[in-house]
Design a protein around this ligand. Structure first.
Ligand SMILES: Cc1cc2nc3c(=O)[nH]c(=O)nc-3n(C[C@H](O)[C@H](O)[C@H](O)COP(=O)(O)O)c2cc1C
Length: 564
C-alpha cells in the first residue's frame, strides 16, 4: 500500500513537471487544431427521454452580497422549477456568440478554451413531475436525462443516513475535450474547470436558500458506482472521470455527514442504468500521461474530515464581517452571474480603488457561513501573488495576499531576500513585496498575453504544493479546484465592480517561481488571473441563451469558437 502511494506521488509530481510551459518550450500538445475532430461540447444520452426543466421567468431579486451571505436568502422548496433555477444559474447557457459562419455557446461557468470538460449529474428524490432517479444534466436542452430510477426504499435509507432532505450533485470530467487542444496540460485545465463549476453551484444554491456540502470521504470509485459508470459503454477515449460528490440541502443545517455508507453505495450497483453516451469526436489522440495522472490522483475512500477555519489574532477568520467598499455594487446577484464573461482584451487605462481591490480579495477568503468555501474543501492552501498595475491608493508593484497565515514563515524564508513583506492593509494579510512597474513582466510570464499587463491587476495563484501532494496525491486535483473557486469569485467580483476578468491557464511555470525566488516545489503557481476594464470585440453578435429551444439549432452541429 505504501509503495503504491509512493508511486502515485512520483507519477503526480512527474506529470506536474512534464506539463510546465517554459520560455523555450510549451508542454506537449498536437501543435495544431484538428477542426474535423473538435469534440462536441454537449454530452447527451441516446435512448432516454429528457425531462425538460423550466427556465426562470424572473430572477431572484437578491443583491450582490447575497451571493456570499447565507442569511440574505430565504429557503425555497426542492421542486422541478427550483432545481431548474439552480442549474440555469450555475451550469446553464449564458448566451450564444456569433460571427458570420460561426456560432458558439457560452455558459454560466467558464472553461479553458470554452471546451467544457465538466459534466454534472443529479441524484434526486421523487418531486412533482420528476421520478426519483439519477440524471445527467444536458445544458443545451436545459433538461435532465434519466439514467436510472432510485427506488423509494433506497431514498428512505439515504434520508436516514443524512438526516435531512436534499439531493446529490456530482461532477465528472471528460479530459479528451481539453486534450484535443491542449494536449498533456489538459488535465490541469479540467481540474480548474471543476473548481469554477463547484463555486458556481454553491452560489446559485445560496440564492435559493440552499447549501452545497462536499462529501469529502466518498471515493471516486464510489461516485462512479452511484452514476452507473461501470454499466456505461463509453466511446473510446471519451469516458468520464468522477471528480466529486456534493449534497445540496437547506442552508443553516449543520453536521451533514460527509460520507455515504457502503450499504447505500452497493444498492446503486444493483440499479439498471439506461442510455448511451453520444460520441464527441470521430478520432482522438491518446495523451497517455493524462490517464496515468488521473489514476495516480484518484481519491480512495477515507474518514470524513472536518474543515478547520483558520484562526488569526485569536479569532476564527469566519467571524469577520465582509470588507465593504464605500459604494457597494448595485447589480443584482443573478445578473452578475448571468453577465460573467472573459475579457479578450483590456483598455490599459481603467483603474480601481484600493477599497474595491481589497473588497474583491476579501471575498476569496473562506468563511464559515458563506458561499462558496463553506462547502468544505480544505484549509486554504492557495495564496495570491499580485501584479498591481492600476489600483489607486496602492503604488504599482508586486504584492502578496496570504489566505492562511500558517505559510508566511516558509514563504518569507523561500522567497527573495530583497522582498519587503510590508503590510499594506489593516484587515487583510496583504503585503508589498517590491514596488515597480510589473506590466511587461506579468504579460511575459503569462505566455506573452497582454491581458495580464493591460488590466488593473493580475495575479498568480501560489499553492502549498509538495507537502500536499506527498500527503495524498488526490490533493493535486483539489489544489486546482481551490484555484478555480478563487477564479470564479474574481470573475463575479469583477462584474460587480463594473470590470471584467479572465482566467489564464497559459503561463510559464518556472519563470513565475524564479520571479519570487522559489527554487524548489514547496510552493507552485497553479493558475493566473487578470481583472480590469475590458475592450469589447464589436464584431461579435449576441443571441439569447435558450433561443434555440424555440427555433432549434441542431445539437450535433459543430459550435466552433474561433478563440479556442
Ligand atoms: C481554467 C481557464 C483557463 C483559461 N485560460 C485562458 C488564457 O490563458 N487566455 C485567455 O485569453 N483566456 C483564458 N480563459 C478564458 C476562456 O477562454 C473562456 O472562459 C472561454 O472562452 C469561455 O468564455 P467565457 O468565459 O466568456 O464564458 C481561461 C478560462 C479558464 C476557466
Amino acid at each position: 500500500m505504501k509503495t503504491e502511494t509512493n508511486s502515485a506521488v512520483t507519477e503526480t509530481l512527474l506529470y506536474h513537471e512534464q506539463t510546465k510551459h517554459h520560455f523555450h518550450r510549451y508542454a506537449r500538445s498536437a501543435g495544431f487544431l484538428d477542426w474535423a475532430n473538435q469534440p462536441n461540447p454537449f454530452r447527451s444520452y441516446e435512448g432516454v427521454t429528457p425531462v425538460r426543466l423550466p427556465l426562470l421567468q424572473e430572477d431572484p431579486a437578491s443583491e450582490h452580497l447575497a451571493l456570499y451571505e447565507r442569511s440574505r436568502n430565504a429557503f425555497q422548496d426542492f421542486t422541478r422549477e427550483t432545481i431548474g433555477a439552480f442549474l440555469e444559474l450555475s451550469l446553464g447557457l449564458s448566451a450564444w456568440k456569433s460571427i458570420p459562419g460561426n456560432t458558439w455557446a457560452l455558459r454560466i461557468n467558464p472553461s479553458s478554451g470554452n471546451l467544457h470538460p465538466t459534466e454534472a449529474y443529479l441524484i434526486l428524490p421523487a418531486l412533482p413531475g420528476v421520478t426519483a432517479g439519477i440524471f445527467h444534466y444536458n445544458s443545451y436542452l436545459h433538461a435532465l436525462e434519466p439514467r436510472a430510477e432510485v427506488p423509494e426504499t433506497l431514498w428512505r435509507q439515504i434520508k436516514e443516513h443524512l438526516h435531512t432532505d436534499g439531493f446529490f450533485v456530482a461532477l465528472t470530467s471528460i479530459f479528451w475535450r481539453e486534450a484535443w487542444k491542449y494536449g498533456e496540460r489538459a488535465f490541469r485545465y479540467s481540474q480548474h474547470d471543476v473548481g469554477h463549476a463547484l463555486a458556481a453551484l454553491s452560489f446559485s444554491a445560496n440564492l435559493l436558500g440552499w447549501k452545497v456540502t462536499w462529501l469529502n470521504a466518498v471515493s471516486d470509485e464510489e461516485i462512479g458506482r452511484l452514476l452507473g459508470f461501470d454499466q456505461t459503454q463509453w466511446p473510446e477515449f471519451e469516458s468520464e472521470h468522477p471528480e466529486l460528490l456534493c449534497f445540496v440541502h437547506r442552508s443553516g443545517e449543520q453536521g451533514i455527514p460527509r460520507d455515504l455508507s457502503r450499504e447505500i453505495v452497493s444498492e446503486f450497483s444493483g440499479l439498471r442504468f439506461q442510455g448511451r453516451p453520444n460520441r464527441l469526436s470521430e478520432d482522438h489522440v491518446d495523451w497517455e500521461i493524462i490517464s496515468r495522472v488521473a489514476e495516480a490522483t484518484a481519491k480512495p475512500k477515507h474518514e470524513e474530515a472536518a474543515l478547520t477555519v483558520p484562526v488569526r489574532h485569536g479569532l476564527p477568520e469566519s467571524t469577520r464581517p465582509f470588507y465593504t467598499p464605500p459604494t457597494p455594487s448595485k447589480i443584482p446577484a443573478a445578473q452578475i452571474i448571468r453577465q460573467r464573461r472573459s475579457a479578450v482584451a483590456f483598455d490599459g487605462i481603467s483603474s480601481i480603488t484600493k477599497d474595491q481591490f481589497c473588497a474583491m480579495l476579501d471575498k476569496t477568503l473562506p468563511r464559515d457561513a458563506s458561499a462558496p468555501f463553506d462547502l468544505g474543501l480544505t484549509v486554504p492552501c492557495v495564496h495570491l501573488l499580485l501584479f498591481v498595475h492600476r489600483v489607486t491608493g496602492l503604488e504599482p508593484g508586486l504584492y502578496f495576499l496570504l489566505r492562511a497565515e500558517r505559510d508566511l514563515p516558509a514563504l518569507q524564508q523561500k522567497c527573495h531576500r530583497h522582498f519587503l513583506w510590508r503590510p499594506v492593509d489593516e484587515t487583510l494579510l496583504l503585503y508589498l513585496l517590491q514596488a515597480g512597474d510589473f506590466q511587461s513582466t506579468a504579460a511575459s510570464v503569462s505566455c506573452g498575453q497582454s491581458i495580464a499587463g493591460e488590466s488593473a491587476f493580475s495575479l498568480g495563484m501560489i499553492a502549498r504544493f509538495r507537502e500536499e501532494v506527498e500527503t495524498a496525491p488526490y490533493r493535486y486535483r483539489q489544489l486546482f479546484w481551490e484555484t478555480g473557486m478563487i477564479g470564479q469569485i474574481l470573475y463575479l467580483e469583477a462584474e460587480a465592480a463594473g470590470l471584467r476578468a479572465t482566467g489564464i491557464g497559459c503561463f510559464f511555470d518556472d519563470p513565475v517561481h524564479e520571479l519570487m525566488g522559489l527554487s524548489d516545489d514547496a510552493f507552485q503557481s497553479l493558475y493566473h488571473f487578470t481583472v480590469g476594464g475590458p475592450r469589447d470585440d464589436a464584431r461579435l453578435a449576441t443571441l439569447a441563451a435558450y433561443h434555440h429551444l424555440e427555433a432549434p439549432v441542431r445539437s450535433e452541429a459543430k459550435h466552433r469558437d474561433p478563440r479556442v
